[in-house]
Design a protein around this ligand. Structure first.
Ligand code: 4GN
Length: 236
């Protein structure tokens, strides 16, 4: 499912062009019983099943050996992890290899998480039924940060996210249509005015939608003035 999921779009192209490599190790292939059992009842009771640590630990060891990278970072994706940010992904994209562990059921035997995994990452405060989809999201988000995967236009845009602000609004043709018209400044050809407007929109939207992000930022005098003007305009 991971290989299929990653075979489309930006990740698919990056894999085709060997800009990233992606391999999958199935813990079921490292079981030792005839039923190829990867899960078992939970100690302490309850209805859910727990993933056994041995097949997973053997799968991770095989991944490390095939990668010839015994020090490769192992990351378990779960809602208990540290919340992923663009910053964390940027750092991860500078690692040569990464092993992502996808869990199922109620989770994995905690001894595996403690002894085999180096980090635990979360997409956010919600639960999905399998870690594979979480892994695909991480794979996509990291792949697009690898040099040469996206066009140049996008590196600047990534910078704006690293900047900790929301993106500004985008428009394309028609200039004027049933749903309204494009803001005049974007048609003005005045480069500096456009940059100022976009910065102002980014600041204003961040203030209105994600005040938590803005609290972490130190604004320049110009940014502060742009934001104040934006907020005054909204108040009217
Ligand atoms: C990660 C995994 C949510 C996230 C997951 C997240 C699979 N759900 N917020 N589901 O990053 C128990 C075993 C749930 C693995 C896990």
């Amino acid at each position: 499912m991971i290989l299929q999921g990653a075979s489309y779009g930006v990740t698919g192209k990056a894999i085709e062009q060997s800009k990233v490599g992606l391999s999958v190790w199935n813990p079921r292939d490292y079981t030792k019983d005839k039923h190829r059992t990867v899960d078992d009842k939970s100690y302490g009771g309850g209805s859910g099943m727990v993933m056994k640590y041995q097949p997973l630990a053997d799968a991770v060891n095989n991944a490390k050996n095939s990668n010839r990278n015994s020090a490769c970072k192992v990351v378990y994706l779960s809602p208990q992890g540290k919340q992923i940010t663009q910053n964390l992904l940027t750092q991860a994209s500078q690692q040569s290899q990464l092993i992502l562990v996808a869990g199922r059921y109620e989770g994995i035997d905690e001894r595996f998480v403690e002894s085999v995994c180096d980090e635990e990452w979360s997409l956010g405060d919600y639960v999905i039924s399998g870690g594979e989809l979480a892994a695909l999201i991480v794979i996509d988000a990291i792949t697009r940060l690898i040099p040469g995967v996206l066009g140049d236009e996008n590196s600047a845009k990534q910078d704006s996210y690293v900047d900790g602000l929301l993106d500004f609004p985008h428009f394309t043709r028609p200039e004027q249509g049933d749903l309204g018209k494009v803001p005049d400044v974007l048609l003005s050809g005045h480069h500096q005015a456009i940059e100022r407007w976009r910065m102002q929109q980014s600041l204003g939207r961040t203030a209105l939608r994600r005040p938590d992000l803005l609290e972490k930022k130190v604004l320049t005098v110009e940014q502060d003035a742009l934001l104040n003007a934006f907020l005054n305009e909204v108040q009217k």
